[in-house]
Design a protein around this ligand. Structure first.
Ligand SMILES: *Cc1c(COP(=O)(O)O)cnc(C)c1O
Length: 494
């Protein structure tokens, strides 16, 4: 588990700030003593903007490695938003999406339930003091030892979608409360799960019959419309299908009283028009129609991406650069190290040229290859596994921070630099490993940047750090925390 306490050991070797770091004066809005230290952990929470925390982590603490900034306030706001728009549905956070310990602790304090899929996830949540009734073990295909662990620790709510699993459950956890996971239309989702999980509707009657014959206890239905669901209509269709399976279960005498509507809720950062409000406006009325309050059916959901995606911003440093010369002779003059200075609030009017050469012009069409210190084997594994697209923005160049201090990294503007007058060049972005598949962006437009400059990527909380490897000896990027708008009640942060 990465420590969130700034690592000052990297200071000495820092190319970027070693020379003049003393000249950097932190903005008055950030007071070190306003940081909250939790009793058990060394993790601290700042109360400054995401931009400000990135700046101090680099300029004051000498960060040289890539790092995440987590705005816990964003997680909290997503919780409030859920309560406002889907009050009948209890969220059980999908741990696999981002098992960050601080996020898990905050969600546990808020009273959320948790969706776990393995023994280690069950253990992590139980160790937070969450009672077993607030857990759904939502992996329809469970290893025997993990299932035994669930039974031993009274985690009683399980999903299944096939006959073999029912026999396994009969053997290892016969008193569990079962949810039949049904197949839904996932064609509108970025990550389709239906090829792996979900019982087709023509199999549900026989599965329920088998559960009945084995003396098992089916209490309801679950589904997952697929992760990154861009169109809310599959939720309505899935609720209707679930209603049919409720009727089948009731016919066999099961007390069907729990509907788990799964995950697939969109990130808070709007891309391609999908919003939580639009999803809630389809799902809520569908639940009211098929399962009115008089039905006494309880609803839970398993949101993952929804809670964490927009809360995490990733900052990466440029560790190497290659100029692919086309029209102009490659300059072999090494560039001088520089020190970060406080940025002007609006940014400078043109890019500081800190290269010992003539500034390039668009006619020269230089193509830059930038090598940064996190990549596809690390946090950017989301490019492979989560079908993600990422958008680099300039955090610092030429020793000057380019973001506004109050910026929480969530601006939706497509310009990668606040300074619109800067020339943009064809560029590509590469991770630090020796594998050529480690390409973050094969073609993007960026201003001229140099070794020691920093980029940042918003919306990096979902399916990033959790699946990162340490291939080639590169560590996973640590997390530092803030509550940018001071929105979380103090007691919840302890
Ligand atoms: C991954 C997963 C989730 C979370 O999905 P999101 O799209 O991140 O909301 C929920 N439930 C199950 C069973 C999952 O596998």
């Amino acid at each position: 588990m990465p420590s969130a306490t700034p690592d000052t050991a990297g200071l000495a070797g820092s190319l970027a700030i070693s020379a003049k770091s003393a000249a950097y004066s932190p903005a008055p809005s950030l007071h070190r003593d306003s940081h909250l230290t939790t009793s058990s952990k060394r993790e601290t929470v700042a109360f400054c903007s995401v931009s400000e925390l990135m700046r101090t982590h680099i300029a004051d603490h000498g960060a040289e490695d890539a790092f995440f900034v987590a705005d816990l306030g964003e997680v909290y706001r997503q919780y409030l938003r859920w309560q406002a728009h889907l009050p009948r549905v209890e969220p059980f956070y999908a741990v696999k999406c981002n098992p960050d310990p601080r996020v898990l602790r905050l969600l546990a304090k808020l009273g959320l339930g948790f969706d776990c899929a393995s023994r280690a996830e069950l253990q992590a949540i139980l160790e937070l003091g969450v009672t077993p009734d607030r857990i759904v073990y939502a992996n329809p295909c469970k290893q025997a030892s993990h299932l035994r662990f669930a039974a031993t620790h009274q985690v009683g709510l399980l999903t299944f979608d096939n006959a073999d699993e029912l026999h396994k459950i009969r053997r290892l956890h016969p008193h569990a409360q079962l949810l039949l996971r049904i197949l839904t239309d996932d064609s509108k989702s970025l990550c389709q799960l239906g090829i792996k999980f979900g019982a087709p509707l023509h199999t549900t009657a026989s599965l329920l019959q088998l559960a009945h014959d084995l003396g098992l206890n089916v209490v309801g239905v679950s589904f997952h419309v697929g992760s990154g669901c861009l169109d809310p209509s599959p939720f309505a269709d899935a609720v209707q299908r679930a209603h049919r399976v409720f009727a089948q279960g009731a016919e066999l005498g099961f007390d069907m009283h729990l509907l788990d509507v799964g995950g697939g809720f969109p990130s808070a950062l709007i891309s391609n028009g999908a919003t939580f409000e639009r999803t809630a406006a389809v799902l809520g009325p569908a639940l009211d129609q098929y399962f009115p309050a008089s039905s006494r059916v309880r609803f839970i959901a398993e949101p993952g991406r929804y809670f964490v995606s927009s809360a995490f911003t990733l900052a990466v440093g440029i560790i190497a650069r290659r100029v692919v010369v086309r029209d102009q002779e490659e300059s072999l003059t090494p560039t001088e190290p520089f020190a970060f200075e406080d940025a002007l609030p609006e940014g400078p009017t043109s890019v500081v040229n800190h290269h010992d050469q003539l500034p390039p012009t668009p006619n020269d069409h230089p193509a830059y290859m930038y090598y940064v210190n996190d990549g596809v084997y690390g946090s950017f594994n989301c490019l492979m596994f989560d079908h993600a697209t990422v958008h680099p923005r300039v955090l610092a160049s030429g020793g000057v921070f380019r973001t506004r201090q109050e910026d929480n990294g969530r601006a939706t503007s497509s310009t990668p630099l606040s300074d619109a007058s800067a020339l943009l060049y064809d560029s590509s972005l590469w991770g630090p490993t020796c594998d050529s598949i480690d390409c973050i962006a094969a073609a993007c437009r960026l201003p001229q940047l140099d070794v020691g400059d920093w980029l940042y990527f918003p919306d990096m909380g979902a399916y990033t750090v959790c699946a990162a490897s340490q291939f080639n000896g590169f560590q996973t990027s640590p997390v530092v925390y803030t509550d940018a708008n001071n929105s979380i009640p103090y007691a919840l942060l302890l």
